[in-house]
Design a protein around this ligand. Sequence first.
Ligand code: AHR
Length: 644
Amino acid sequence: KIHTKNTAARNATAPHLYGLMFEDISHSGDGGIYAELLRNRAFQGSDGNTGPNLDGWTPIGGAKLSLDRLHPISDALPVNLQVDVPQGARGEVGFQNTGWWGIDVRRQTYTASFYVLANEPKQKGRAASLRASIRSKTGTQFGSAAVAKRVWPTAEWTRVELPITVTQKASNENNTFVVTFDGAETAGMTLYFQLISLFPETYKGRKNGLRKDLAEAFADLKPSFLRFPGGNNLEGESVQTRWRWWKTIGPLTERPGRWANWGYYNTDGLGLLEYLEWCADMSIEPVLAIWAGFSLDRYGSSGTSIHPNAMEPVVQEALDELEYCMGGPETKYGALRAAHGHPAPFRINYVEIGNEDWFSRSYGYRFRALYTGLKARYPNITYVSTQWDEVGGVKMELPPGAMWDTHHYEEPHYFLKNFDFYDNWQLRTGNKGVGVLLGEYSVYQSDTPSGAVNFQNPPDKHVFYPQMLSAIAEGVYALGGERNPHTVKMSSYAPSLQNLNRYNWTPNMIQFTAHHDRTVLSTSYWQQWMFARYRGTHTLPVTNTGGLNPLYWAAAIDERAKVVYLKVINAGKDVANLAVDIDTPYSAVNGTILSAEDAKAFNFVDHQTSVVPRPLSLPAQKSSTGNFNWKVPAFSITVLQFNL
Ligand code: AHR
């Protein structure tokens, strides 16, 4: 029975309960939501720690491609593409890039750009033109644009930007970006190129912005926050290769990128300012994770912790970062942000100190140094700790008002069993006034007798694509959060994006390839979608006669819209009879259901709609005064909406 009358028994729901976790893992950033279509655009290398290379680039018409280190465009991008056109060349000569395992081509205007230099004395006074085009691998020309014939050499690097209009959609992603010259005009010449880029139209039209379909899928979840930039990817495989915020801002020619935590080079084209703009464009709260003096050192055992006496520069680094985000034009870093095109300060309300610091034994002093140092300057920010109980034998004490970020990659039964974990959590654990961010959670493997997650991913246990049962278990855990809004303030599935061509981690909420039509929104995505979309302003008490399992539920009311939401999950394999009773009249009840006959059902490429939410018809009820009996389908997640 849903009780709407006793308003004193209602609790305000957590306004930021559902959000996004994002880090560059599984090419979710470079080759993913960062809309740059070309791989290895600055010749830093891409996958595998090989250093600068020509991955992704191949010659056309007998051109010779090599790496040039003699004409650095900047300290950040010291290695260029050298193109030698053979003597006696004829016809088309140049080079191409095959993108991030293909290039999505559809009707729109693309922006191609590159820096070019042709300063060899041997070619003084020679005139040549350049052409950039988008083609299929089989030769179909989708669009092209040219730089008019001009006299070389250019003594300095010259930036060229070319709009390429495409009027036809390619049937697949087997496409390339091509830069060509006329062989006869350029025979014997040497040209250098740097930062060769191709952007499609982006989410909300941002320059250097986000891939539209993935950003729209995120936005459609109606998230309330974005936690970034990691995850492990914040921490670095070494202190030197950590995510250094100041190396991710400013002109792209000034961003060196980094050998990051997930086995590939990050260009940092998606840098601090782009993350903040992402938040602004989706009107969501940034949850900015700052580096907390610990790197993972993946191949070592316990990572590297900054010594207690050396924490001051770490605190200063974070203070400078916050000034870049929030400072006015009179401040050093606020002025820098303005120079980067964003004069208006952002507002940061949440700062997470580190990531998963239970891997270290040093978080106690690191957290204290950062919390104290930042709080003194920014008292109104909510600080998130990655640990609450004990680190290195020392009990952590989280100050009231702080939050704890907890991560769970588990089996389905774990989430079912922990439906009530957050009931009385603050009292039970002595963390009065401390909120919880369920910062990373997802079903990682099928139920096993031991319940121990095996990160070696044995195929008989591991879940590759989120299944219906994953969504159910995650949904049950989320209901536990909805019931405890004083404690559980935020939650996010992780990881959120997976490039199916090269990935580090499965399962993920969304899978994709270069071709937008092949993007997969998983069962877990749809569970998040339903829960985030249908949320009330206040919880409502529900009394019941039967016990929990297989049914789980929570109710809320939107006091402004006058709608009651009842979320019901049937985690069992049989239909369950439920007598629904609401103590107030309503004009209509509608439902949205996600269900599958098979608990292991999942969405995958070319079968993207196997399990998607659909409207629920409720034939059994006609009453507008209250009770009705409802047969809740097996393996289902439902949200009923009562319009009062
Ligand atoms: O989500 C993948 C990884 O899992 C994150 O980088 C890390 O925080 C966690 O261990």
